[in-house]
Design a protein around this ligand. Sequence first.
Ligand code: FE
Length: 233
Amino acid sequence: MNTEAFFKITYGLYIISSQNDEIKNGYVANTAFQVTAEPAQIAISCNKDNFTCDLIKKSGFFSISVLKQETKSDLIGLFGYQSGRTTNKFESTQHIVSENKTPIVTEDSIAWFECKVVSNVDVGTHLMFIAEIIDNDLLDAQARPLTYAYYHEVKKGFAPKNAPTYIDQSKLDGKTQESHKDNKYQCSICKYIYDPELGDLDHGIPPGTNFEDLGENWSCPVCGAPKSAFNKL
Ligand code: FE
């Protein structure tokens, strides 16, 4: 199997949220796709280990927020790489709550959909929820949606381990790994690689800045992990 071929499948990036018993949670997903137009239905594939998966099963509702291309790394870090079991992700995130008590992230979002589950399919590690869209809104008609390809190529982010599209990087082409080994440091949480030649423009770090010269407050631009979570390649 050629692992790199999987990067040729295109996706968007979304935050999927749900609430049960006053507990809200959400996660970053790239698998959300419209399956029928009449009625308008959407499907998502959710890891069974995700806290949000439990909330969707219990409440029967979830929302999908479509992220914009300029989405802050901190928001992706919070929703993509931290667990709702230990972090209240909604405390610091702009959102609204529907009449059905579905939390909907509006921060860095250009559109959202509220969905009512009509069935689910057990696909092994994941549950695929099929849901009817019961409400939606367009928040920004001009902004471009964030795609997984852009996130991977420009933001240098990779799918977290629970994603259906997670790729074990030890299986990537040896040349890809080799080209990264020159005074580069890798985040142990999300596998982002800090390259001194590129710097970290998201955090105002100009190209040519060595890892050692980054301030102690500097954090991973993809997942928000501290500098101490990085290892030299
Ligand atoms: Fe990271």
